[in-house]
Design a protein around this ligand. Structure first.
Ligand code: SF4
Length: 229
């Protein structure tokens, strides 16, 4: 799989502590996209599914409070075959699955591949639809534009949990002094801090494609508006 980045333990990508995985590659081409560096399917790092699963199991063992995985990017549906297996294994570990896509649930159900439908079936919450600059709206957690829809597919993630999770930004400084950010606005915050303090960026994947849960972490609620999910 082509992976842009992994944060094994974050509270800024959905309810509770989550293992967040950004895939590399997206052909949706949404104008105004904040993640253009994740468009090129040849970018990122080739990572075996077995390696991702080992990392997920180790994280869950080390941090039993881990409650879910979040799949984002990039376009998860472009690597649906392996991500569906990843999501199913996460489910067996008792973890919930939150999946983002620039496609729509209806489109996947009617015209998607078998693997895309399988990934849909393995997801507890799907946030779907392309980012539309003209409908830009950050009042809901993790969504960037009003057209995007929250599909609570199983009841294992509830709307109230999403509202409670809100929007957060996490910033990490590695022991080497590399700066990285995630959560809604995390990339923007990271860029701003780099500009202000000249700290080097950790890059998309870090040296080994992962960012450790340790390190100096500053976390704040960026906006707790979770209206009208
Ligand atoms: S689907 Fe996401 S990553 Fe792809 S172009 Fe749209 S906003 Fe960017």
């Amino acid at each position: 799989m082509r992976i842009h980045r992994i944060v094994p333990r974050t509270r800024a990508e959905g309810p509770g502590w989550r293992f967040a995985l950004w895939v590399q590659g997206c052909h949706n081409g949404c104008p105004g996209c904040f993640a253009r560096e994740m468009w090129d399917p040849r970018g990122g790092k080739e990572t075996a599914l077995s390696e991702l699963l080992r990392s997920l199991r180790e994280t869950k063992e080390r941090y039993p409070e881990l409650s879910g995985v979040t799949l984002l990017g990039g376009e998860p549906m472009e690597q649906a075959e392996e991500l569906a297996l990843f999501a199913e294994e996460a489910g067996k570990l008792g973890l919930t699955v939150l999946t983002f896509t620039g496609l729509t649930r209806e489109g996947i159900a009617s015209e998607g591949t078998a693997a895309q439908r399988r990934l849909l079936d393995a997801s507890d919450l799907l946030i779907d639809g392309p980012y539309r600059e003209e409908e830009r709206d950050f009042s809901r957690p993790l969504a960037g534009s009003r057209n995007q829809v929250f599909h609570f597919l199983t009841g294992r993630i509830r709307p109230e949990e999403m509202k409670e999770a809100g929007n957060r930004v996490e910033l990490r400084i590695s022991p080497q002094g590399l700066l990285s950010g995630n959560g809604m606005g995390g990339l923007l915050a990271e860029a701003k801090l780099r500009q202000l303090y000249g700290a080097p960026a950790a890059g998309g994947s870090g040296e080994d494609g992962q960012e450790g849960p340790e390190g100096t972490e500053h976390e704040r609620n960026a906006e707790d508006g979770a209206h009208g999910i």
